[in-house]
Design a protein around this ligand. Structure first.
Ligand code: FAD
Ligand code: 2HG
Ligand code: ZN
Length: 481
């Protein structure tokens, strides 16, 4: 059995690691990049939530694409299973081994290769930490089209492999649009050079898209080229209170119309999420403290004209107050206050971790129905759990989290399969942005037709015939063995 109550069995066709294998890897990478140290292995075997734990005995840290290629070629030949690992911040148990898979970490491949100031196109290695890329671009007068709470640890290769959404997708779109090229290594060691830096290239099938969001199941991403927007001079952040969910929804419609091209984020949290952050995160402070409101919305605008952008936002806020769409609000006066507003939203996953056990669901649901699920879940679970709703409202992405003092199978059986059935019935997706990983590999049929899964399985078999890459993840076990 694997971890976190997902029932899978080790595939006996995978070989077990032996001393000869370790010596071979030392020959390729040098002894110091072949890690068997217990403490480092515990970290590599354990996910961010400390919910999924593998028992790998080996962590490899290649420094070049050729080394990744040599590693995979050998693992494929020996039938050794592999887990590609970036910053290990994934939330679906995809980034850690289930059993004794070899962990291939991209951390040592963290070079920025080139940046073209005219086009804004960045080329870098997969192991670059997102925050480091953000700082680099800032110094060049550009920004990343992607931002998320895990930026301090997650890597661009991990972001691409999960097709991470995050806080700016509303404005800049998904990585399927922003990633212009990829270099990836297939299971047999073949290096696919698709590292183009072109906006337009219609020369047949665009294979890079297969690797965006395939969660390490089709290849290891080693380099990425990405289109970055220029940094604009005026950024404003407002933190607002709404009395009910319907007002949040109407506010979104209004924001789209009235803020139009300057709208760059529209995030929401309910009062349960706000309470968690205030109780568990040091430094978190409610800027609207007069009473606890039912809902909070964070709106960010980004534009190029300081005075007109501010005027636009202020007029929008005033209008929304008059229409009673918002019951209170604060506009950040400086960059520190803006970060303190963002902390209230970005800090929710951390606060949930500190509160105890947590069941996470990352759902795409039509905005008008989204919060019904939170309310139904609340009435199902009663006082046994704290049901928290927040997320990327502007993208129709709900983060439904159920927080309990400890993990309890009885609670889990109250949540699942209900949550998946509900989402499927309302034509949503059981994974908006986090992926399927181990957690939801066997739930794929709630969001994909059998015919689609069959084609996905054929692609997997074509690119990784021995299924050594991230086994037990993404695709259902039944379709793979
Ligand atoms: P990992 O966790 O190491 O890996 C994730 C998956 O990608 C695994 O299946 C792994 O095998 C694979 N992988 C990693 N690197 C490679 C590679 N180079 N080649 C092939 N496969 C690879 N996600 C969002 O979409 N939006 C958010 O707003 C968001 N916020 C978050 C906030 C917090 C506090 C945390 C902890 C997580 C958040 N996430 C969010 C989850 C998320 O998926 C990521 O943080 C991120 O994209 C994962 O990157 P990583 O480098 O940590 O990858
Ligand atoms: C976020 O938007 C992340 O904060 C994490 O995607 C969501 O922890 C979660 O449920
Ligand atoms: Zn999110």
């Amino acid at each position: 059995y694997g971890s976190a109550s997902v029932l899978v069995q080790r595939n006996p066709k995978f070989s077990k690691l032996n001393d000869e294998d370790v010596r071979y890897f030392e020959g390729i990478l040098g002894a110091k990049n072949v890690i068997q140290d217990d403490e480092k292995l515990i970290t590599a075997n354990t996910d961010w939530m400390r919910k999924y734990k593998g028992s790998s005995k080996l962590l490899l840290q290649p420094r070049t694409t050729d080394q990744v290629s040599e590693i995979l070629k050998y693992c494929n030949f020996r039938c050794l299973a592999v887990v590609p690992q970036g910053g290990n911040t994934g939330l679906v148990g995809g980034s850690v081994p289930v059993f004794d898979e070899v962990v291939v970490s991209l951390s040592a491949m963290s070079k920025i290769i080139s940046f073209d100031k005219v086009s804004g196109i960045l080329v870098c290695e997969a192991g670059c930490i997102l925050e480091n890329i953000i700082s680099f671009l800032d110094s060049e007068g550009f920004i990343m089209p992607l931002d998320l709470g895990a930026k301090g640890s997650c890597q661009i290769g991990g972001n691409v492999s999960t097709n991470a959404g995050g806080l700016r997708l509303l404005r800049y779109g998904s990585l399927h649009g922003n990633v212009l090229g990829i270099e990836a290594v297939l299971a047999d060691g073949t290096v696919l050079d698709m590292l183009k830096t072109l906006r337009k290239d219609n020369t047949g099938y665009d294979l890079k898209h297969l690797f965006i969001g395939s969660e390490g199941s089709l290849g290891i991403v080693t380099k990425v080229s990405i289109l970055t927007p220029p940094k604009l001079s005026s950024v404003n952040v407002a933190f607002l209170a709404c009395k009910d969910y319907s007002s949040c929804q109407k506010l979104l419609q209004e924001a789209r119309r009235k803020l139009g091209e300057i709208l760059s984020a529209f995030e929401f949290l309910d009062s349960n999420a706000m309470n968690l952050v205030l109780n568990h995160l040091e430094g978190a402070r409610n800027p609207l403290p007069t009473s606890l409101h039912n809902f909070y919305v964070l709106i960010e605008t980004t534009g190029s004209d300081e005075s007109s952008d501010k005027q636009k936002l202020e007029a929008f806020l005033l209008g929304s107050m008059e229409n009673e769409l918002i019951s209170d609000g604060a506009l950040a006066q400086d960059i520190n206050q803006a970060s303190s507003f963002w902390l209230l939203r970005e800090g929710i996953p951390e606060a949930l971790m500190r509160a105890g056990a947590v069941y996470k669901y990352d759902l795409s649901i039509p905005v008008e129905k989204m919060y019904n699920l939170v309310e139904e879940m609340r009435s199902r679970l009663g006082n046994d759990a704290n049901v928290v709703g927040y997320g990327h409202l502007g993208d129709g992405n709900l983060h439904l989290n159920v927080s309990t003092p400890q993990y309890d199978d009885k609670i889990l059986s109250q949540i699942e399969p209900f949550v998946y059935e509900w989402t499927s019935k309302h034509h949503g997706s059981i994974s908006a942005e986090h992926g399927l990983g181990l957690m939801k590999a066997n739930k794929i049929f709630y969001s994909k037709s059998p015919e689609t899964v069959k084609v996905m399985t054929s692609i997997k078999k074509l690119l990784d015939p021995n299924h050594i890459l991230n086994p037990y993840k993404v695709l259902p076990c039944s379709s793979i063995s």
